[in-house]
Ligand binder design. Sequence first.
Ligand code: CA
Length: 220
Amino acid sequence: MRILLVEDDDRIAGDVARALDAAGYVVARAKNGEDAWFLGDTEDFTAIVLDLGLPGMDGLAVLKRWRGSGRATPVLVLTARGSWSERVEGIDAGADDYLAKPFQMEELLARLRSIIRRSAGHASSLATIGELALDERAMKVTLGGAPVDLSPLEYRLVAYLMLRRGKVVSQQELVENVYGQDEQSSNAIEVLIARVRRKLGSKWIETRRGFGYLMPERVA
Ligand code: CA
């Protein structure tokens, strides 16, 4: 899952980027409003963390432009401490949730998981398909109650497909959301899918030739 992190403060951005990476997300960063708007408008992200106080175009203007052009990516805004007017403006402009600075990293991660789930139409941090269960909080996958030993890349792949269960996901989308900016061939995804199928069994990930991969919503 790819997150766009928009924050001009290098210290805060570094802390957040490390926490997101450790939580299994692929992170792209923008330091000003213009870059943020361009990235959010031209690339696909699972969610966006948007600081409102930015040099140049401010965060609120960026958010309004995204929403104005129909971009529905879930957005968590970061506001200055105690600024209720920023919070109200942010929500009015189309933010899905907000967090006031300073914040605890655990709270940022929890709010992010929540807006991502809601945008995918799920209400719980536990996703299940038959015997297969994903616990996003614990970053664990279990099969019939037994933990499955997955590498970080394998986990990212399974989590991404499970949160989109019932939908076909293209190889390109998987490359972007599992590997991030690194150039990876579609070969790498095929190898990763094969490894995951060996660990879980082959029925959980279906191949749709020419379109991509699908985790079914129900497995017999
Ligand atoms: Ca700022």
